[in-house]
Design a protein around this ligand. Structure first.
Ligand SMILES: Cc1cc2nc3c(=O)[nH]c(=O)nc-3n(C[C@H](O)[C@H](O)[C@H](O)COP(=O)(O)OP(=O)(O)OC[C@H]3O[C@@H](n4cnc5c(N)ncnc54)[C@H](O)[C@@H]3O)c2cc1C
Length: 478
């Protein structure tokens, strides 16, 4: 089959999936409804774990992640629910100990350039209308009646996913009850504090983006407690410069000298999660599988990690060498990623409650949570590990299997994340006991006193051995 995998949607998740699949040796094509790139700003934050997985995509700058870092604005800390005490990323065990502020169109442009350099085709103006599948493949049908026969489909076509509709899957969850404002603007005098919250007036945040632009967002008390109909009506009213000025004056007594509104939108707290991530030969990833309030900048990040988790498993299946447990067993895409998005939904709902409960009780709760974060103890560690993505894990009961393996320095001068191969597992040896072999690398740093760890293409431990245990790299054959 010419096209082994069709990716529906050239958003960040679809393009990342296509890049990972291509590097794993799969013939892949991306089908995108829009005739040209829309350039909506939307996501502005790229967290460390996302940069780590994109660091495995090689290009002239070293990696796609290196290119993103060169164009973005690294800031040292993340916010949780816009609380005043921030979560510092400095000192995290990663090559990217910062939040990268990079508007989504830039991330998308860099992904699109990467795909073009690799010869992966993005077909614009091709809108999926329907699909049917049998045991040999999938037939995808465009709105204009064009049909393509492909091996598998990754539906990364966003919140209103036609792929999800064609599969007839439910998308249970909560409709929006809160709708805030959001815009990218130029300001003459940005405020001193990024996050500001007042029980009676509401909240506003002002964050620096590259190029002298600021992202502003917030809520007023009247933005909350809406019926689904009210929320839908409000979501459709995009604020213009006059309204943004008036809103900021009500919230802060100052419009901070807005000189230009580059892009404006509304944020809602609709929270939905698809029933299953795989139906036969068709998968869902990113916003097609889960939507939530964009709080803490997580949607794009979790979606790109969906893509990283799925791509190597699907590549192995396409090539006929996938063990059952990664197809429909405990290490399958659905089994590993659905609990992550369930946690994402809960996390963003909790942030929404902290952000828009404009009552004395809401204030007390914010003060309590911010105080706990400010102590920099377990609470801060837990939230930091989650938001950065570095402690997201598929391990059970404290086991190392399923944990992210850090970017270990290797004896040959490389680091682990760039040494990972998209189409095979990498055996990392910590001592001299492991035999030389293809895809065996030696770490010059210890990790949990192990003798060796077998690392999956997405950077998680598949199997671990302590000193004296027999080491076998036949995980894919078992
Ligand atoms: C206002 C706002 C602010 C946000 N801020 C952040 C943030 O700071 N950090 C963060 O991580 N996330 C943020 N998000 C979320 C983030 O933008 C999304 O999670 C991310 O875009 C999801 O990527 P995706 O590729 O899954 O879907 P999308 O970006 O929606 O891409 C889907 C693609 O599929 C195409 N498509 C749709 N239907 C079809 C079809 N039938 N056939 C073919 N193609 C189709 C679309 O044209 C689009 O190109 C924000 C979202 C919003 C709305």
């Amino acid at each position: 089959m010419d096209i082994e995998v069709a990716v529906i949607g050239a958003g960040p998740v679809g393009m990342a999936a296509a890049a990972f699949l291509h590097h794993a040796g799969v013939s892949v094509r991306v089908f995108e409804a829009a005739p040209e790139r829309a350039g909506q700003s939307r996501a502005t934050t790229v967290h460390p774990r996302t940069l780590e997985v994109l660091d495995a995509l090689p290009d002239d700058a070293g990696s796609l992640a290196a290119r993103m870092v060169a164009e973005g604005n690294p800031v040292p800390a993340a916010h949780f629910a816009t609380l005043p005490n921030l979560l510092s990323y400095t000192g995290l065990d990663t090559s990217f100990p910062f939040v990268l502020m990079l508007p989504q169109p830039e991330t998308e442009r860099l992904l699109a350039e990467h795909l073009a350099e690799q010869g992966v085709v993005i077909q614009p103006g091709w809108k999926l209308a329907d699909l049917t599948q049998d045991e040999q493949g999938v037939t995808i049908v465009s709105e204009t009646g064009d049909t393509q026969r492909v091996g598998y489909v990754v539906g990364a076509d966003g919140a209103h996913s036609a792929t999800r509709h064609a599969l007839g899957l439910g998308f249970p969850g909560n409709p929006a009850s809160t709708v805030g404002f959001l815009a990218d603007v130029r300001l003459e005098r940005p405020p001193a504090h990024p996050h500001n919250w007042d029980c009676e007036r509401g909240s506003y945040s002002v964050l620096p983006l590259p190029g002298g632009i600021h992202r502003i967002f917030g809520h007023e008390p009247g933005d909350t407690g809406l019926t689904p109909e009210e929320a839908a009506r409000r979501q459709a009213l995009i604020p213009d410069e006059t309204e943004l000025r008036a809103t900021l004056k009500r919230l802060a007594d100052d419009d901070f000298g807005i000189t230009e509104v580059i892009w404006a939108s509304r944020t809602g707290d609709t929270t939905r999660h698809v029933e299953q991530y795989r139906t036969g030969r068709v998968f869902l990833a990113g916003d097609a599988a889960h939507v939530h309030l964009p709080a803490g900048g997580q949607g794009l990040n979790v979606g790109v990690q969906d893509a990283a988790n799925l791509a190597w498993k699907l590549a192995a299946e396409v090539k006929g060498r996938a063990p059952r447990r990664i197809i429909d067993g405990p290490q399958s895409y659905d089994a590993e990623r659905r609990p992550i998005a369930a946690r994402l939904a809960a996390n963003t709902l909790a942030q929404a409650a902290l952000m828009v409960t404009f009552t004395p009780g809401g204030k007390a709760l914010r003060d309590l949570m911010s105080g706990l974060i400010g102590r920099d103890g377990d609470t801060a560690d837990e939230l930091r590990g989650w938001l950065s993505g570095l402690e997201v894990s598929y391990a059970e009961d404290g086991s190392l299997v399923g944990r992210r393996v850090p970017n270990l320095p290797l004896a040959d001068g490389r680091t682990l994340h760039r040494a990972l191969r998209p189409d095979r597992l990498t055996l990392v040896a910590f001592g001299s006991t492991v035999p030389e072999g293809e895809n065996v690398v030696r770490s010059t740093r210890d990790w949990h006193d192990l003798a060796a760890v077998l690392v999956r293409p997405d950077g998680y431990a598949a199997e671990v051995w302590t000193a004296g245990e027999k080491i076998t790299a036949d995980w894919m054959e078992r």
